[in-house]
Design a protein around this ligand. Sequence first.
Ligand code: SAH
Ligand code: SF4
Length: 365
Amino acid sequence: MSTINLLDYNLNELSDCLVSWAEKPFRAKQLMRWIHKNNVADFNEMTDIAKSFREDLKSKAVIEVPNMLMEKKSSDGTIKWLLGVDSANAIESVYIPERDRATLCVSSQIGCALDCAFCSTGKQGFNRNLSTAEIIGQLWWANHRVTEDKENNTRTVSNVVMMGMGEPLANFKNVVSALQIMLDDHAYGLSRRRVTVSTSGLLPQIERLAKECPVSLAVSLHASNNEVRDKIVPINKKYPLQDLMKTCYQYLEYAPRDFITFEYIMLDGINDQEKHAYELIKLVKDIPCKFNLIPFNPFPNSGFNRSSRENIRIFREILQDKGFVTTVRKVRGDDIDAACGQLAGKVKDKTSRSKQWEIKRVEGL
Ligand code: SAH
Ligand code: SF4
């Protein structure tokens, strides 16, 4: 019998698995608590589980946690981890501490097939989906690492944003399974409001998410009309703005928050003019929403420039004057290439990069 990785299983799946081994299903809750709440990856430490069952588990299952290849800390407290997922690939997770919370930016795929013009992950092309274990393993890892890191006195993760590498809704099954583990009181117990899926707008999957696992939704809008969006977010040709708006409106019926967050990247001369702001207001008029303006993070040969501070300020003011809560994303972790859209591009190049990284290997993992 091949061994399974327990990080791949949500509570229901683990219960079913235990039943198939003729074990009591309630043990699934016990196991979930050890693994996800207590951050334990060694069966020997699970002291309230009978020794005979632990021995049995060892022969049938493993708890395979991510293998940290590199860690880089920014002066602003942001930490980026490069986690090896197989012999050829690594993914990145970014931990962002703030005064009242700690947010983890989680990856869902290696590469991405959607090829948005301004995105370095998109430029890599699509390699493969991450497994549930590889997705939830990022959260397991972050909590493990920050708890272990006494010198920083950092807090465990309170918020998750699926805004790392990849399009989460293109890896629907594994992402939803990982979300369920994040929400489960026997595991991480995060509230639905504190877990956000960011999507470029895969409409059928947004509809499924509403029914199967409604969490907070962020939509990468990035343009106020189809002409511009077709060019920078190619999936728009399949699911144009008017349909996207309808789907967002319908999602709100199920969403844990009473608004959608629209992400809007600020690209100099492309989508950042005053006329775009007014067009945007018309576009979203029926949808309770907030805007998050993201200054473009440049990468080599992207062909785009970041909007000027002045243009971003004017754009924001126009939206705010019409009553929209509008934030401008702070560029966090810029000094360690952990800012939005900077993930991944560097991964492929990791041998040369590694010289510049402070490499820390974790004993025993
Ligand atoms: N695929 C999903 C989630 C991952 S990308 C999505 O597109 O929503 C997370 C966010 O980073 C998205 O809003 C994306 O458009 C933005 N982003 C991508 N490249 C960027 C860049 N170079 N600078 C700033 N934001 C970027
Ligand atoms: Fe994929 Fe999101 Fe990047 Fe677009 S912005 S290529 S959907 S990861």
